[in-house]
Write a protein that binds this ligand. Structure first.
Ligand code: FES
Length: 111
């Protein structure tokens, strides 16, 4: 089974985590299942950016993002070339290394 390595995030997983995933599962679902509470304000319908993550390894193994996802991503806080919306990013056979950005757009507004 492929696995996802979540890099440490101060609030969500201070020690980082390694999660086994089923092929076809989204990065967000794998995280939530493991108690890593990534925000998902639109309930996974590709209509917010709060589930934004950065794929540090394995980016090319993911199914390609849709145009809608790309449009949404443009609004994400801390966008990088390897950014994805974790609710839309479906795991295939390869391991991934995921960074959860420090802020979401909700936080960024507050700070
Ligand atoms: S939860 Fe809103 S886009 Fe992923």
């Amino acid at each position: 089974m492929p696995k996802i390595i979540f890099l440490p995030h101060k609030e969500l997983c201070p020690e980082g985590a390694v999660v086994e995933v089923e092929k076809g599962e989204s990065i967000l679902d794998a995280a939530l299942r493991s108690g890593i509470d990534i925000e998902h304000a639109c309930e996974k319908s590709c209509a917010c950016t709060t589930c934004h993550c950065i794929v540090r390894e394995g980016f090319d193994s993911l199914e390609e993002s849709s145009e809608l996802e790309d449009d949404m991503l443009d609004k994400a806080w801390g966008l990088e070339p390897e950014s994805r919306l974790s609710c839309q990013a479906i795991v295939t056979n390869e391991d991934l290394v995921i960074e959860i950005p420090k802020y979401t757009i909700n936080h960024a507004r507050e700070h």
